[in-house]
Each structure stands twice: as structure tokens, then as C-alpha cells.
Design a protein. Structure first.
Length: 362
């Protein structure tokens, strides 16, 4: 039977642990699952919750740190030191897997030995709201070569992966090593691309593989803006410094792709700050400086002159004119549609699921 080792890092999420563990152990037919909960010295009693769950189910182990070691060290401790199943996964204590998620992912991995890891769509939901009803009937699989998948990430300057929806071949995870401590905020982005240097990438289509909780403690909501742009650039450029990258990729070409895209995002954010009347809290000057440093030819972009025009008109007038500007979601969707979706059908499906475009792309 296919075996999966699932690591659950936990820090002050003890109240979510029972549901998270249950989602991994239940409704995953045909998969031998075991779970390690690593509590990183929580202050809310999460360690006691983890120990209690482990006492009640032999498939669960619990490890409680005496001192906080940070999320990167915790990830690596579980994935490199404990996981011994054929496949492994990392699921945060506040997220959940959907019924059959591991069954679908491992079926693809079993059928395609060249695939390094599998992912799917992570359905986001807001903390405190009712859980959404996930789709559990897959529409098929897609498999891309590692280099082509990596180039697509560089074109978009983001991975498009939340994390709980990923299942990795354990032998390869141990071979490529753990998460980079120098990339605390986008180490996962670099990890997925690092894995893709050594194999193909699989995607389970038409189904929700995980439920991804959004709340104030999510890194994705607390670490945004200019710092996020800097960290993303560091993550992508770190990949290009790895020896394996030079053997199968075109680093100068990819570096140009991601720098241009990040420059565009910085300028786009600056333009929207004027329209939304947020120039007092969003550093438009620094965003523009980042764009020009990242991609000196940013002055040739229409969005650059859009920022200059908005600055000339002033924040107050631009806020009044903002209602006549194209919506941000629409602009971003059409600007990235060619790279984000495999077909026109996929694009239409994304439109039919409002608010999901920022995460859902393969």
C-alpha cells in the first residue's frame, strides 16, 4: 500500500489540530498515512493537545520543543529526520486536506515515476466562517517537465502553491535537502522549483486538494508589499545560483523574466495606491525605486508612465478618478492569463470562481 508521511508544524494552533489531523487520517482510501505533529514551544497548550491526539491514535506521533526553533527548522526536522514513507507532505495545523486528496495525489505519483511532486488547488476560506464544500471528483491529470514548469513560475514571479496541497516523493525531498533558512518567507517557492530541477511536476485537475485558512496570522497576509517583492526576488535568484539550475535552465533568460515581472508588480501597486488614496501608507517612491533597480528598462512600461501621471495629478484627484479605472483584479487577470491557464476553458472556469485567480493556476 502507498505510504505517506505527513508533518504538521504547530505553533499556537492547538484548537485547530484535531480537525487538521482528522482530515489527513480520514477519507484517504488506499493510502497508509502516518502523522508527526511538531509543536514549536507553543504557549497555548498546543503541545498537550498534540500529545493527547497521539495517545488516542497509533498513526500519530507528537514532538514538543522546549524552545521555539522557528518554522524552517521545524519543517526540516520532520521532512528530513522523520519522514520515511514513499511520499511526504507538509500541512500546517490550521489547514486541512480534502477527502481523497492523498489518494488522488499518490495515484498520479505511482503512475508517473518521473514526477517529483504533485499539487492541486487549495481552496481558501476565512477563519471563523463556515468551511466551503470542496470539489472531490478529479477531472484528470497534467504533467509538465520540470524546466517548463519552472519557467512558468519565473514568468509569474510566484509559485501559485499554498503548501498543504503538495505531496512530494520522499527520496527526492531528502536528496535536495530542506528549506533554506535564508528564505523565511518564500522558502516554499524556492523549494518547489528546486524539486522541479530534478523531475517532472504533476497537477490534479478540477478538484480541491486542500482547504487553506486565511487569517491575521497567515504569513501571506502579514508579509506583503515591498518586503514581499524583495523576498520573492531573493527566492527566485537563489534557485538560479544552484549548480543544477545551470545544467538544465537558462539563468540569464529566467532572471530577466522574473525581474521584469516584479518591476511590473511594484509599479502596478504604486499606481493602485494613488487610485485608492493609500499613498500615506504605501511607499510609492520606494516601489518605483525597486522597479527601476530590479528592471532598469521599467521606464518603457506603460504602467511606469501611469504612475508618473498619477503622481502629477495627485493622490486626491486620483482617488476621485479611481472609480473609472479598470478593476485591479481584471487587469491582473488579463495581463497574466496567457501564462496562468492552460486553455481558454481554464480561464473561464477561473472567472466563474470569483476571487480565486490569485491562487489557482497550474
Amino acid at each position: 500500500m502507498t505510504s505517506v508521511s505527513v508533518v504538521i508544524p504547530c505553533y499556537n494552533y492547538g484548537h485547530h489540530l484535531p480537525e487538521a489531523v482528522a482530515s489527513i487520517l480520514d477519507d484517504q482510501p488506499g493510502v497508509d498515512v502516518k502523522v508527526l505533529v511538531i509543536d514549536d514551544a507553543s504557549t497555548d497548550g498546543s503541545g498537550e493537545v498534540a500529545m493527547r491526539i497521539a495517545e488516542q491514535d497509533s498513526r500519530v506521533e507528537a514532538l514538543v520543543h522546549d524552545v521555539n526553533r522557528g518554522h524552517i527548522a521545524t519543517y526540516n526536522e520532520g521532512l528530513l529526520g522523520w519522514a520515511d514513507g514513499g511520499y511526504c507532505a507538509l500541512v500546517s495545523a490550521d489547514d486541512r486536506l480534502t477527502p481523497g486528496a492523498l489518494t488522488r495525489a499518490t495515484a498520479l505519483l505511482d503512475a508517473h515515476p518521473s514526477v517529483a511532486f504533485v499539487y492541486g488547488y487549495a481552496l481558501p476560506f476565512l477563519d471563523g466562517e463556515d468551511l466551503p464544500v470542496p470539489r472531490t471528483s478529479a477531472r484528470g491529470w497534467s504533467v509538465w517537465s520540470g524546466p517548463s514548469w519552472i519557467e512558468r513560475r519565473f514568468r509569474l514571479a510566484r509559485s501559485g502553491i499554498s503548501s498543504p496541497e503538495v505531496v512530494v516523493r520522499t527520496s527526492l525531498q531528502k536528496r535536495v535537502g530542506g528549506y533554506d533558512p535564508d528564505l523565511p518567507h518564500h522558502g516554499d517557492t524556492e523549494m518547489w522549483m528546486r524539486l522541479a530541477l530534478h523531475g517532472d511536476v504533476g497537477y490534479v485537475r478540477g478538484v480541491d486538494q486542500a482547504l487553506y485558512r486565511r487569517h491575521a496570522q497567515n504569513m501571506s497576509t502579514t508579509y506583503t508589499g515591498l518586503k514581499d517583492l524583495h523576498q520573492r526576488r531573493l527566492a527566485f535568484e537563489s534557485l538560479l545560483e544552484r549548480p543544477a539550475a545551470g545544467d538544465i535552465l537558462d539563468p540569464p533568460h529566467l532572471a530577466a523574466l522574473v525581474r521584469r515581472k516584479l518591476a511590473w508588480e511594484a509599479l502596478f501597486a504604486a499606481a493602485r495606491a494613488y487610485e485608492q488614496g493609500k499613498t500615506s501608507v504605501i511607499p510609492t517612491d520606494q516601489l518605483e525605486a525597486f522597479a527601476l533597480k530590479c528592471w532598469p528598462d521599467a521606464r518603457t512600461m506603460p504602467v511606469y508612465w501611469g504612475v508618473r501621471a498619477r503622481r502629477f495629478l495627485g493622490a486626491r484627484l486620483m482617488q476621485q478618478l479611481g472609480a473609472f479605472a479598470p478593476p485591479e483584479r481584471g487587469l491582473r487577470f488579463f495581463s497574466e492569463c496567457r501564462d496562468r491557464y492552460d486553455s481558454f476553458t481554464e480561464a473561464l472556469e477561473a472567472i466563474a470562481r470569483p476571487g480565486k485567480q490569485s491562487i489557482r493556476f497550474a
